[in-house]
Design a protein around this ligand. Structure first.
Ligand code: PLP
Length: 406
């Protein structure tokens, strides 16, 4: 069977048994007139599909793989842990070590609880904020993504500014009524909303570096305003650092900005490519969680030992030298893309540390051409690109330069 045929048939088989053929919508290549690749294996900075074709991977599983695929040290740690078992439903040392490793290095994370995904982390942070403050309302911002829990699938309404609408079917009206949606950077509306409703607001949640609808770098002054307003009214500030945590430096955007949010959510890198999310923050707030406090949260596979091991092995490699090298190579990679792509099908490339966003005038064309050349970008115009430690070598740079010569 030739390759094209094999690929089509995997996707066709998948379409029969899985909605849209995929287990997360952004994997579907929707609107790109191509069947999604089926991946056979991956190594370093490269993906290999079931046809044996290789791609330099800038999707990197949408962010978790800051060291690249199959990092040898993560692999070795996983092998050792695997030999002992893979879930106990009881306390073990790996989650203790990962918790200590983070709490010792990120000052405002005084306690942490591990869950299985970024969505779960956000869900828990919101419940915790509501439980702690005894209030219901939450403020979020257009352009930020916080996973798929009901109260975050809300967009600004078409009518009165502060009224929100669900962005998915199946979200109850009551939930939409407890969420306000504001525009990023709109301090005027923010002040107004706090002046009117401040004592009812449990939390403001934001991606301090919004990276799910392109890369929307925020004015630090705007983020400081969030601190002022939440402090003034006793609401909590939640930084959703599921993408930016351990990415823009070990302490994420919180450390970069010198802002201590009341609660932070992590995901992606924290599990090194295995499913982990976490909520962390002030001791007093974290103590509201069960079994100490009355805010309930639980998980059969939470802090799964293998996932903890992958996370710990990953985080242990993220030192100052690692980030310096990653930044240096990221800049060089973005420069290569700029030279090859501007200005015809790409209007601008925005980057921050090892994240970049190619703003294209025709994403379909950009995606097809790069894919043909053996470069895998995330299959959506809204998604950012991720550089990993495995991209930081001359071999990858030379290969990329070659592929971009068209
Ligand atoms: C990816 C992401 C989430 C959701 O995490 P999942 O693990 O996909 O549930 C939440 N918030 C932000 C900022 C994210 O980037």
């Amino acid at each position: 069977m030739n390759g094209v045929c094999a690929m089509t048939s995997y996707f066709e088989r998948s379409l029969k048994v899985v909605p849209g053929g995929v287990h997360s919508p952004v994997r579907s290549f929707k609107g790109l007139h191509t069947s999604p690749l089926f991946i056979e294996r991956a190594e370093g900075g490269c993906l290999y599909d079931t046809d044996g074709k290789s791609y330099i991977d800038f999707c990197m599983s949408f962010g978790p793989l800051i060291l690249g695929h199959k990092d040898p040290e993560v692999e070795e740690s996983l092998r050792l842990a695997l030999g002992k078992g893979w879930t106990y439903g009881a306390s073990e040392r790996y989650s203790l070590e990962l918790a200590e490793y983070i709490v010792e290095r990120i000052p405002f994370v005084q306690q942490i609880r591990f869950v299985n995904s970024g969505t779960e982390a956000v869900m828990t942070a919101l419940r915790l904020a509501r439980g702690y403050t005894g209030r219901d309302k939450v403020i979020k911002f257009s352009g930020c993504y916080h996973g798929h829990c009901d109260s975050m699938l809300i967009k600004a309404g078409s009518g009165v500014a502060s009224l929100a609408e669900a962005s998915s079917l199946g979200v109850p009206l009551g939930v939409t009524q407890d969420t306000y949606v504001l525009e990023l950077g709109d301090t005027r509306r923010l002040t107004q909303l706090f002046d009117e409703q401040g004592t009812k607001i449990a939390a403001v949640i934001i991606e301090p570096l919004p990276a799910n609808n392109g890369l929307l770098i925020q004015d630090p002054q705007f983020l400081r305003e969030l601190v002022n307003h939440t402090k003034r009214f006793g609401a909590l500030l939640i930084f959703d650092e599921v993408i930016s945590g351990f990415r823009t430096g070990f302490g994420g955007m919180s450390s970069a900005l010198g802002i201590n949010p009341d609660l932070v959510t992590y995901g992606k890198i924290i599990g090194g490519g295995l499913p982990v999310g976490a909520v962390g923050g002030k001791h007093e707030i974290m103590q509201m969680l069960a079994p100490v406090g009355d805010v309930y949260q639980a998980g059969t596979l939470s802090a799964n030992p293998l996932a903890m091991v992958a996370g710990l092995a990953t985080l242990k490699k993220l030192n100052v030298d690692f980030y310096a090298r990653l930044d240096k190579y990221s800049n060089a990679i973005v420069e290569l893309f700029r030279r090859a792509l501007l200005p015809r099908i790409v209007s601008e490339i925005i980057s921050y540390r090892s994240l970049f966003w190619i703003k294209s005038t025709n994403f379909y064309e950009l995606f097809q051409r790069t894919l043909q050349q053996g470069i895998y970008l995330a299959p959506s115009a809204c998604e950012v690109g991720f550089v990993s430690g495995a991209h930081c070598c001359d071999k990858v740079m030379e290969s990329l330069e070659q592929k971009l010569r068209w």
